[in-house]
Write a new protein. Structure first.
Lengths: 243, 476, 221
């Protein structure tokens, strides 16, 4: 299948290895991947901060770029940005041509793990990763898109990888975009509460699908001097050795 | 009275984060209520259908609110209830104070009511020389301590039994104890005296039924039954959004509310009250007065999006599920309505002028929306209020004028200008990388705030688009 | 403009253009199935009453009910019993030997009574709930003030669901209608101090139901 990658601005600039890993995994699953390097940000941070005009401007631009691709699917290694694109129709217009164009783009847009499992029907991506890992359900993937089982199914098929479920897997990490800096104290308290169970589980790595969450979880773990590594799910799915 | 204000949300929250006792108690309470709720919901296969139904009933009631209220008024009057209306907190409080004055400064017993907390009825009554006594155990503890409730379901959750033991020893003159049963018995005895002499009972209501002109009150303790059946006069202050069309609708809410709040199949007591006593051979008040309160609700009603928040049935599930509330508790919000729903209705009722921090006190994780028994889309409403706070997007006149956020606004305008063009975007990223290399990034307030508790992941030396250009597109 | 007219005017102005279709269909969503027969209703009621913290004694007739009441009074060591004006309660208590009997009008006595006895107008199998209506009986304070409440229920009055109970009660305030309908599921309870459950905070700490069920087969010894 021919897919177009919307890599998200955070992955692009902060977690590029998640982007290259996404491409790798998609190709292994039999896709051809194209990437329009004119893409920037979908506008989600502005939208969630209340700056709706700025957000609409960026979202409309993103929709205009993505609709130019002849790919059958648009794949995003982020639940948050996928949710923004899925909501594009109602964010951009109540009706009219723009709404229709956004509808077409939204219908083609998929979060990476959901795309692999639900669209391609692939669970074993031929990965090998010999570590104990725990999964963090990124809120927008889980609650906006209903993605719960997909990443777990993929991780369970990774050779050598042990998936350890923790009670706090569905708890928010406290990132929340600008929330993480506007209310830094609360945000840190939230990530600490979440990490308690993760650290108790004795895992090597915490895996998730949103770069924002990974920044938050990783930044806090590093500050706490923890040895737990944070990884984007694509990095695990692309792994071929004992890393 | 140690009343915190919504405009001080940031400092209130910081204070709460430093209070380990509070946070331990919060964790315990929210975990317990959350797990009990989960267990109760798991045993109700029709849960989603129930939520749909409740949401539809509330939408119907709100869309026809004028008709429902007129019907309620007509039926309640036919039942012998005196129905009054109050535009705002002051009007409602004055009406209650006037009734108390007519009764000659009687003992006033109160049932737990968010609405009377909202209008600060106790403060008003005390200023007028009356002595309202809260009778819900948690509310009474909080009142004795000169504090305010911190949780809808468990008002005194922030206090330990040690603190309560000390408080009772000091205020009731009983021997100091930390035994919950003994403390509860002491409260029962003390409050029985108030009930025995009370001439005036004051309550809220969970629902008002238009079809029959009745109000329904839900509780576990029995203090509301006492407050509504012992005093000579009963005044119930009911928000106008509490009205539902039909008596039969109550079964939907009775299946949802206790399960959502405490995980109970049903609370110990529901009182469906439709009028004063029938005659001398009957129990109950001689006079029953219902005050229908607006106090900003009609402003929320007039907003097509925010109207949804009036469907709230005050179960507290969104508080228990909220990762922000779970860390800071109810007091920090500076409003009787805390948590996600509080961050919507407090600005809705008071305007954004002093409450504009509240809609931002959320990571928009959506846990609240998943548990809401009436399916209020809280993240969407919070997001809408954020837009109101920064841009006045819907320009709802009732929401007032929030303080300007010039710097942030400029930052987002710059961001969107840069991101609107890939050339500019590349240049901006290059500049940011350079700034990072020489340490200038630490001047940015968000970076500084981030680093208060976390390491900041640096911009990658080579972005994905750089890597794609060199390795990506030439393959396959 | 009066407060009433102003509020209604604000509401009408706010609702201009708003519309929501009436919530159609039956509100009996989530009502349990399988409560069609009296036996099923009795079984479910018993289960749910017990789960809610109530106690149950099942008897076959009034005579046994009077004995059960006597036993409950003796167990509690109750010296003062407050009675509702239900004729059935009057008959059952006539055989009580020993305790002082007071009636529902005696408010000072009610505050001191050890046990209150009332009838029950309906019960709800779905939730194990007793429904007390004031049109039938003076029951509000008798069922509330004493630390123990004994309620006498006929099996035929057990309805299946909350919806059935709402359809059965008459809460209109005029004439013979009930000014108060009280739904009771278990004892008075609180968890306001460190979330520890304590019963009997304001109302009865003990709720006992004497269920008169002529179809009841006592377990063979």
């Amino acid at each position: 299948m021919h897919v177009s990658l919307f890599v998200s601005c955070l992955v692009d600039q902060l977690w590029p290895t998640a982007g290259t890993a996404t491409v790798e995994v998609l190709r292994r699953a039999g896709c051809t991947v194209d990437f329009d390097s004119r893409q920037t940000c979908c506008g989600q941070p502005a939208w969630n901060s209340g700056y709706r005009r700025d957000a609409r401007k960026l979202l409309e631009r993103t929709v205009s770029l993505l609709e130019q691709s002849d790919a059958e699917a648009i794949v995003v290694p982020s639940g948050s940005c996928t949710a923004m694109l899925r909501h594009a129709p109602e964010v951009l217009a109540d009706e009219g041509p723009l709404r229709e164009r956004a509808d077409v783009v939204a219908a083609r847009t998929h979060e990476l793990t959901s795309f692999l499992v639900n669209v391609l029907g692939v669970e074993d991506v031929g990965a090998r990763f010999e570590r104990r890992v725990s999964w963090h359900d990124a809120c927008h993937g889980l609650r906006e898109l209903g993605i719960r089982e997909e990443p777990r199914r993929l991780l369970r098929r990774v050779e050598g990888c042990e998936l350890v479920e923790v009670t706090s897997s569905e708890e928010c990490c406290g990132f929340g975009g600008t929330f993480s800096t506007k209310h830094a104290g609360i945000s840190v308290a939230m990530v600490d509460s979440k990490l308690e169970a993760v650290e108790a589980a004795g895992v090597d790595a915490l895996v998730s699908s949103d770069a924002g969450c990974l920044m938050q979880l990783g930044g806090r773990l590093e500050r706490r001097g923890s040895a737990i590594e944070v990884l984007h799910v694509a990095e695990v799915l692309a792994a071929r050795g004992s890393a | 009275m140690s009343t915190l204000r919504p405009e001080d949300f940031r400092s209130n929250a910081s204070e709460a984060l430093r209070d380990d006792v509070l946070r331990g108690a919060l964790r315990k309470a929210t975990d317990l209520f959350g797990s009990q709720r989960g267990a109760a919901v798991a045993q109700m296969p029709a849960w989603e259908a129930l939520r749909e139904r409740a949401s539809a009933i509330k939408a119907e009631a709100l869309a026809t609110l004028d008709v429902q209220l007129e019907r309620f008024e007509e039926r309640a009057r036919a039942n012998g209830i005196e129905v009054r209306w109050a535009r705002d907190a002051a009007e409602a409080s004055e009406q209650v104070a006037a009734i108390a004055a007519r009764l000659g400064r009687p003992t006033i017993v109160k049932g737990k009511s968010m609405t009377t907390e909202e209008i600060r009825l106790n403060e008003h009554l005390e200023r007028e020389g009356h002595q309202p006594v809260e009778t819900d155990l948690g509310e009474w503890i909080v009142q004795l301590a000169g504090e305010t409730p911190s949780h809808i379901i468990a008002p005194a959750i922030h206090k330990t039994k040690g603190q309560i033991g000390e408080l009772f020893a000091e205020r009731l003159g009983i021997p100091r104890t930390e035994d919950e049963r003994e403390l509860t018995r002491a409260a029962r005895n003390a409050l029985r005296e108030s009930f025995a002499t009370a001439e005036l009972g004051v309550t809220g209501a969970n629902f008002a039924v238009a079809e029959t002109g009745s109000i329904l009150l839900i509780e576990n303790e029995g203090n509301i039954r006492l407050a509504t059946s012992m005093p000579r006069v009963l005044v119930s202050i009911v928000g106008i959004e509490k009205v539902i069309p039909r008596l039969a609708d109550l079964q939907v809410f009775l299946r949802l509310l206790p399960r959502s709040g405490t995980g109970q199949r049903l609370t110990s007591y529901q009182s469906l009250l439709s009028g004063p006593r029938a005659g001398p051979d009957d129990d109950g008040p001689e006079e029953m007065i219902v005050i229908l309160l607006d106090n900003g609700r009609s402003t929320l009603l007039g907003d097509d999006e925010l109207r949804e928040s009036l469907a709230c049935i005050r179960c507290g599930a969104c508080l228990n599920s909220c990762p922000v509330y779970r860390e800071i508790g109810g007091h920090a919000y500076g409003s009787v309505y805390a948590g996600p729903i509080g961050s919507v209705i407090t600005p809705g009722l008071q305007g954004l002028e002093k409450t504009s921090d509240l809609p931002f006190a959320s990571s928009l994780c959506g846990a609240c929306r998943d548990v809401c028994p009436v399916k209020i889309d809280l993240p969407r409403l919070l997001s809408r209020l954020r837009a109101e706070a920064v841009e006045g997007v819907g320009a709802s006149p009732g929401l007032g004028a929030p303080p300007p956020r010039r710097l942030e606004r400029a930052a987002f305008a710059l961001w969107s200008w840069l991101a609107a063009d890939s050339g500019r975007w590349r240049l901006a990223i290059g500049a940011a990388r350079l700034a990072q290399r020489v340490g200038l990034d630490s001047l940015a307030p968000p970076a500084r705030a981030w680093r208060t508790g976390r390491e900041l992941r640096p911009l990658a030396a080579r972005s994905f688009r750089d890597l794609w250009r060199t390795n990506g597109e030439d393959r396959q | 403009m009066s407060a009433r007219d102003e509020i209604l005017a604000r509401i009408r102005a706010g609702l201009r253009g708003a519309n929501a279709p009436p919530a159609v269909g039956s509100p009996a969503v989530g009502a349990p199935d399988g409560l069609d027969s009296p036996a099923e209703r009795v079984a479910a009621f018993s289960r749910n009453l017990t789960a809610a913290g109530g106690h149950l004694r099942v008897v076959r007739g009034a005579e046994q009910a009077a004995i059960a009441l006597g036993e409950l009074v003796a167990q509690a060591g109750a010296r003062t019993i407050a009675l509702s004006d239900s004729p059935l309660v009057g008959r059952l208590s006539a055989q009580l030997d020993g305790p002082e009997l007071i009636d529902a009008t005696d408010r000072a006595g009610l505050l001191e009574a050890d046990l209150g006895a009332s009838g029950v107008q309906h019960a709800i199998a779905e939730t194990g709930t007793l429904v007390l209506e004031t049109r039938s009986e003076r029951n509000r304070l008798v069922s509330l003030l004493p630390p123990r409440h004994v309620a006498v229920l006929h099996a035929d009055d057990i309805l299946a669901t909350l919806g059935d109970a709402l359809a059965a009660v008459d809460p209109g305030g005029t004439g013979a209608a009930s000014r108060a309908v009280t739904f009771i599921s278990g004892p008075s309870r609180t968890a306001d101090i460190e979330l520890v459950l304590v019963v009997g905070v304001h109302g009865p700490r003990e709720l006992s139901v004497i269920l008169i069920d002529p179809r009841h087969e006592p377990p063979t010894p």
